[in-house]
Design a protein around this ligand. Structure first.
Ligand code: GLU
Length: 434
């Protein structure tokens, strides 16, 4: 046997189709899995399940552009784990999306859904595209063709997409319509985050931001931090960051800095939310807002604040930036914003991190409510939705906090411990086929 063959020289847990690094999303996720292994007891026997997505689909998405040319886009749908139920997770449109990134995002959905005990596995989708460069008609064609291509793996009992970065209720409506047209029946439960009159749920649009606020409120209480007067810095002012910011302001906090791809705006006296949201909507970002001073992007990490909310892309809090943060609390509205090395720096510095896999779980929790409402065709009030979501997140966070205290581990590793126990118990009970 040739021991120099590529297969035998590959690391024990490597997959042939991706090459993760210490700072890439899948590499970050794998490091997080390594950290939880000591707390899994005999279930660690099944841990390899977590290092391998169950199913990864890559699709070619050709569309005719408005100028008559044909362009091809690369699309993905990854079902990381289905042990506890159908796949569930969003769909991202971004020019830098890769299979590796979608794998990590799908894996974090597996952990997140189990951490709040939703009856779902984890999945995620993506298309390598800059949607801002497409007309509305092109965006619709792209969405419909992608939906048709992944139609073989999605469905209300198989895998249920939802909005993520650069996707919204309109895109979910086109997905629902395309899937339904191909099936010959209206099947609303195939996606969540739909418009309310098409089987969508009240409260879904702001649910992720609301969940960030709920975990922040609970964490602040445990830290003895008063939200009234607390200074908050927010990175990313999309659906998640803006909704969370509004709720913090409603609780008496001040937004002292906000950053997105168009710039960084700071005001120690607090940014006014109404005008900021209006300006961001008008200009496609916060960079033009004049109710604060423009500062250079890197200075965002030096802002004097009590709470930092990263609500943009992965890998933002590096070890070097973690050394500079002045906040006492980090609330991960984004998926995967903190690198494993940075986690260690933050822990050493006594900065508390509420990890993505519980912090931003409010969105998928209300997606679960939407899926349930679609099945029963009976719809709940917004108050019912907000109250139930609040309770699920608070209860889940309490369980995670107890686990963290018991083992003296970070909230991230504790969330993984609670989630992995549920996932791997299901894995074990279902058994291996054949
Ligand atoms: N994209 C959101 C997330 O990362 C929501 C997913 C969903 O509702 O299925 O949690």
């Amino acid at each position: 046997m040739d021991t120099r063959s590529p297969v035998s020289s590959r690391p024990a847990h490597g997959l042939s189709y991706v090459a993760p690094t210490a700072t890439s999303p899948w590499g970050t996720y794998l490091a997080q899995i390594e950290r939880v292994l000591p707390y899994l007891g005999p279930l660690a026997r099944w841990a390899e399940t977590l290092r391998r997505p169950k199913r990864s689909l890559i699709v070619d998405v050709p569309i005719e552009m408005d100028d008559g040319t044909v362009r091809h886009f690369e699309g993905y749908r990854v079902q990381h784990n289905l042990s506890r139920g159908p796949g569930k997770g969003g769909l991202r449109y971004h020019p830098d999306v890769t299979l590796e990134e979608v794998m990590a995002l799908a894996a974090w959905m597996t952990i997140k859904n189990a951490a709040v005990n939703l009856p779902f596995g984890g999945a995620k989708g993506g298309i390598r595209v800059d949607p801002k460069k497409l007309s509305l008609k092109e965006l619709e064609k792209l969405t419909r063709r992608y939906t048709s291509e992944i139609g073989i793996v999605i469905g209300p009992q198989q895998d249920i997409p939802a909005p993520d970065m650069n996707t919204n209720a309109q895109i979910m409506a086109w997905m629902m319509d395309t899937y339904s047209a191909n099936a010959g029946a209206t099947i609303t439960g195939v996606v969540t985050g739909k418009p309310v009159h098409l089987g969508g749920s009240l409260g879904r649009v702001k649910a992720t931001g609301r969940g960030v606020f709920v975990t922040g409120r609970e964490a602040a209480r445990r830290l003895g931090m008063d939200l009234d007067g607390a200074r908050v810095a927010v990175q990313g002012f999309g659906n998640v960051g803006s909704a969370a910011a509004e709720l913090f302001v409603g609780a008496g906090a001040k937004i002292v800095a906000v950053q997105d791809h168009t710039g960084t705006i700071a005001n120690p006296a607090g940014l006014e939310m109404g005008p900021l949201i209006a300006s961001a909507r008008l200009h496609g970002g916060v960079g033009e807002f004049r109710g604060g001073g423009r500062i250079d992007d890197e200075s965002f990490w030096d802002i004097d604040c009590d709470i930092l909310v990263p609500a943009a892309l992965e890998g933002q809090i590096t070890a070097a930036r973690a050394q500079r943060l002045k906040s006492r609390l980090v609330l991960e509205g984004a998926n995967g914003p903190t690198l494993p090395d940075a986690d260690d720096v933050l822990a050493d510095r006594g900065i508390l991190v509420v990890p993505d896999v519980i912090c931003n779980a409010g969105g998928v929790t209300v997606s679960y409510f939407e899926w349930v409402q679609d099945f029963s065709s009976f719809f709940w009030t917004e108050d019912e939705i907000n109250l139930r979501m609040d309770k699920i997140i608070v209860d889940a966070l309490k369980r995670i906090w107890d686990t963290a205290d018991q083992h003296r581990i970070s909230l991230r590793t504790a969330t993984f411990a609670v989630a992995c126990e549920r996932i791997l118990t299901a894995r074990q009970e279902r058994g291996l086929y054949p």
